[in-house]
Design a binder for this molecule. Structure first.
Ligand code: GTP
Ligand code: MG
Ligand code: ZN
Length: 304
């Protein structure tokens, strides 16, 4: 049976690219269609009908999957933010980073629109994340700054771009592969946010079989409902070396005595704003957990 990779999903039709590089339009067979469990990036077995339409029979096991946005088999995520328009926001960046750490996906941080700020400001925005241990690139699709660095980081990888609307994800892909000419949209002056120009996930092969890029719709809200309060500490990668030194196993680094993470914050070894974001997210997760617990209690009493 031929094998194809899902490159786009539009109105119930699945666009596959097969091993010969041809595009096939297919629909999933009954049960598979109901499950809705086919993502862009999936490898599928399909059969051709005499009408020249494909029927997807089976989805290969995924190596990785990400649910926001829905993509399969990516090997890394390029998290894109803008230095300006929309505003640079450390808290939002940390929120996205928590998600990717929870999914255990390697992350490249891309800070775009470098042309809109002074070089020192761009450096100041990126440097803390480099210190924490993330790979970072400052780019501009206007001056083409960072293009060579991006190409080097993307080579041989299946990279999904992710990040808020209007930061320039599609524009970056156009900078890297100009032939794609993806649609881009102006950031609204009134509300300072993107206009959700990209509406669907799309897989775009890099030239010379050097890997894949996924363009994705931006999102502005991100709930941290995929992780437990206990696991949050592991999503702040710079806490890792201090975690084992806390007096209590499972220390949440709040009021506990002899907390090595809090000590590291005081000694300036952990950025205090990162720790503050940690506390903020922790409170959010605790509230969420309490709400879920109450709801499960209601269900229990209903069943009785
Ligand atoms: N000054 C400047 N503007 C940029 C840069 N990159 C993109 N833009 C502009 O930013 C706006 C948004 O770009 P898009 O590529 O549509 O942003 P996106 O992240 O794909 O947004 P969604 O598809 O809505 O998620 C467009 O008007 C682009 O021209 C840049 O490096 N510098
Ligand atoms: Mg876009
Ligand atoms: Zn602690």
């Amino acid at each position: 049976m031929p094998v194809g990779r899902v490159v786009r999903i539009v109105g119930g039709f699945y666009y596959l690219q097969n091993e010969r590089g041809e595009t096939v339009v297919a629909v999933p067979r009954g049960k598979l269609r109901q499950s809705g469990n086919i993502f862009v990036g999936d490898l599928v077995d399909y059969e051709m009908l005499p009408s020249d339409q494909g029927v997807i029979e089976n989805v290969h096991p995924r190596k990785t999957e990400l649910k926001r946005p829905y993509v399969a088999n990516v090997t890394q995520v390029a998290l894109v933010f803008a230095h300006k328009d929309p505003d640079f926001n450390y808290c939002l960046i940390d929120r996205f980073l928590v998600m990717l750490e929870a999914y255990h996906l390697p992350t490249l941080l891309v800070f775009n629109k470098s042309d809109l700020v002074e070089a020192e400001c761009a450096e100041e925005n990126a440097e803390p994340y480099r210190k924490i241990g993330y790979r970072t690139v400052c780019t501009s699709t206007k001056t083409r700054q960072g293009r060579a660095e991006m190409l080097a980081e993307l080579a041989g990888e299946a990279t999904t771009l992710a990040g808020p609307s209007g930061v320039g994800k599609s524009a970056l892909i156009n900078m890297i592969v100009p032939e794609y000419q993806l649609k881009t949209g102006k950031v609204s002056e009134k509300i300072g946010r993107g206009r959700h120009t990209t509406r669907e996930v799309q897989l775009l092969p890099l030239p010379e079989k050097k890997g894949f890029l996924f363009d994705t719709p931006g999102f502005t809200r991100l709930d941290l409902d995929f992780i437990s309060p206990r696991d949050l500490t592991h999503c702040f990668i710079e806490f890792a070396e201090f975690n084992p030194e806390c007096r209590f196993v499972g220390c949440l680094h709040q009021q506990e005595p002899d907390c090595a993470v809090k000590a590291a914050v005081q000694e300036g070894k952990i950025f205090s704003w990162r720790y503050e974001h940690y506390l903020l997210f922790l409170e959010e997760l605790k509230k969420l957990e309490a709400r879920q617990y109450l709801r499960s209690g209601e269900n229990r009493s209903k069943r009785r």
